[in-house]
Design a binder for this molecule. Structure first.
Ligand SMILES: Cc1cc2nc3c(=O)[nH]c(=O)nc-3n(C[C@H](O)[C@H](O)[C@H](O)COP(=O)(O)O)c2cc1C
Length: 536
């Protein structure tokens, strides 16, 4: 079933159930009203009155459904309750009898109370989410984690939860057992004045520096992004845990607010036969560098996932983002409990829904124009061709989480368009590759400015996972031969790519680049970021 159909069915079911429950309530209330009317007023007034009351529930429910996605909850509550109040008062007034009015007010108040309660309950607590959905048609946040600031930031009806820095009380079976020392909170909670968005991060510039594994994302680039008022990510991918820890320590010492990106395991299997055939096909290229590619050994690692997570739990950073796969809800919760905001990179609205179910605080929405690996959760399917601004609005209509936009942003107009579509910030990778602080290899930087490279292409030839790169001889020759298979193909071609990079042989290098690569300039990263933020 397509995503649109599924969404329509879900809406329809929620709406129908909501009407049903509300209808039953009104019928019970109506019985009482009719009894009251029988004391003097003609019977048809009572029935007619309650049909009107029932009808009044329709726009109210529909509004709750639609507006829940776009409005603050107090505004939503006010509108919804006013509609119900009008619906209840009008027929009662038209009936003209005092007992009828009293009955209407009494039962109206009951229903308003139930609606309010279910909305509030659904907003605050995890278990009665279904109740909130059924009784008000409102779909609350997928999994509001209890008792932490990032969660509170999504719940404007409640005050943000503050944690005492350095200590946390644990209550078990109603008794205070002990005090557990906690690492210092990575975010400055005292400045968190405005729940409901990401202002807690304290960024002024709506252009962030994307994580770029394999060298480009350096601590200097992350610091430059923070100094410009934005935010940068360290790339945890392909590094040892010790190297990542060292980079984190370096950025932390600078006082920057920053993020760390990890590849969440989502392996793409490859058969031994397909792997062997591809290794044989590549061997002539490897011969030029005196390398022998492993035809039998298939390396399938998880990029030290558990170690890197432990690192981030022991020494929390302000923002953690996941790419390639989804992390488990308890992992997300643990990071949030440690004080980090958690982001998930997604490429479609259905992925956004799945990400929200893990409890992520925000989404990085990546369009197919992006350089480097696609964050798609289903790498064996072709990437959907879609403009970034359309993707942002599709995602925002699906999931009420803040969005960071990425993919093909290379000019101030691109930033403006992403922000107008509703993104909290634009995030750029390719345009930073040639900046002074970028750790991209020299041949990569050169190729981005070389007019000989005229196009980008999405290829799995380098790593067995779709990624956008400058078209070169390797992509032209080997894309048709390459199977899917990550990380096995990444490990297979890695020595060849390293040798080609050392030899400045751009024909064999993975020259990751988004469609906006022509805009990448050799300049300080802060200049690139502020230029992109200029027109708003
Ligand atoms: C060289 C390079 C390496 C990348 N590595 C990562 C990575 O490690 N993790 C990740 O989530 N995204 C990675 N990406 C994708 C970026 O985070 C970002 O989504 C993308 O660069 C945005 O599109 P743009 O390149 O058109 O600006 C990489 C992109 C590039 C160009």
């Amino acid at each position: 079933m397509t995503f649109g159909l599924r969404r329509a069915r879900r809406w329809f079911t929620a709406l129908l159930t909501s009407y049903l429950l509300e209808g039953i309530g009104y019928i019970i209330a109506g019985t009482f009203l009719v009894a009251a009317l029988q004391q003097g007023a003609p019977g048809w007034i009572g029935s007619g009155a309650w049909i009107v009351v029932g009808l009044a529930a329709l726009p109210s429910c529909a509004l709750r459904m639609r507006l829940a996605r776009r409005m603050s909850r107090p505004a939503l509550l006010t509108i919804s309750l006013s509609l119900q109040a009008v619906g209840i008062a009008l027929p009662a007034l038209s009936a003209g009898s005092v007992p009828a009015l009293a009955a209407a007010v009494l039962f109206g108040a009951t229903f308003m109370g139930v609606s309010t309660m279910s909305l509030a309950i659904g907003t605050h607590l995890r278990i009665p989410r279904a109740i909130a959905l059924l009784t008000t048609g409102y779909r609350p946040d997928p999994r509001p984690p209890a008792g932490r600031t990032a969660a509170a930031a999504r719940l404007p009806l409640c005050a943000p939860a503050r944690r005492r820095p350095g200590a946390r009380r644990r209550l078990r079976r109603g008794r205070l057992l002990h005090t557990v020392p906690q690492p210092p909170h990575p975010l400055n909670l005292e400045n968190h004045a405005m729940p409901g968005d990401l202002t807690i991060l304290g960024t002024d510039l709506p252009v962030w520096a994307a994580p770029m594994a394999g060298g480009p994302s350096t601590p200097a680039l992350v610091q430059a992004a923070a100094q410009a008022g934005g935010l940068g990510f360290l790339a945890g991918g392909y590094k040892t845990t010790a190297d990542l820890a060292a980079q984190i320590a370096q950025v932390r010492a600078s006082g920057a607010v920053f993020g760390v990106n990890l590849f969440a395991p989502n392996p793409v299997p490859v058969t031994q036969d397909a792997f062997r055939a591809y290794a044989h096909a590549l061997q002539p290229e490897a011969d030029r560098y005196g390398l022998t590619l492993p035809t039998e050994t298939l390396t399938e690692d998880d990029d030290a996932w558990a170690d890197k997570l432990n690192l981030l739990l022991k020494a929390p950073v302000p923002l953690v983002s996941f790419t390639f796969g989804l992390s488990r809800p308890d992992t997300v919760r643990a990071l949030q409990d440690a004080g980090s905001l958690v982001a998930q990179t997604v490429t479609t609205p259905s992925e956004a829904l799945a990400a929200a179910e893990t409890g992520a605080d925000l989404l990085i929405v990546q369009a197919p124009a992006a350089g480097g690996h696609s964050a798609t959760l289903v790498p064996d399917r072709p990437l959907t061709s879609i403009e970034l601004s359309d993707l942002i609005s599709d995602v925002r209509h699906t999931v009420p989480l803040p969005v960071i936009a990425a993919g093909g942003i290379a000019t101030p107009a691109d930033t403006t368009s992403a922000l107008r579509a509703g993104a909290y910030a634009a995030m750029v990778g390719t345009v930073l590759l040639r900046t002074h602080e970028s750790g991209a290899s020299a041949p990569h930087k050169t190729a981005l400015a070389d007019p000989a490279f005229t196009d980008t292409t999405v290829t799995r030839a380098f790593t067995g996972r779709p990624a956008r790169a400058l078209r070169n001889r390797f992509t032209d020759t080997y894309e048709p031969l390459a199977p899917l298979g990550y990380p096995a193909l990444h490990h297979l071609t890695s020595p060849l790519r390293k040798a080609a990079t050392a030899a400045h042989d751009a024909d064999l290098i993975h020259l990751w680049a988004g469609t906006g690569y022509r805009q990448a300039r050799e300049e300080p990263a802060a200049r690139t970021l502020t230029r992109l933020a200029a027109q708003r």
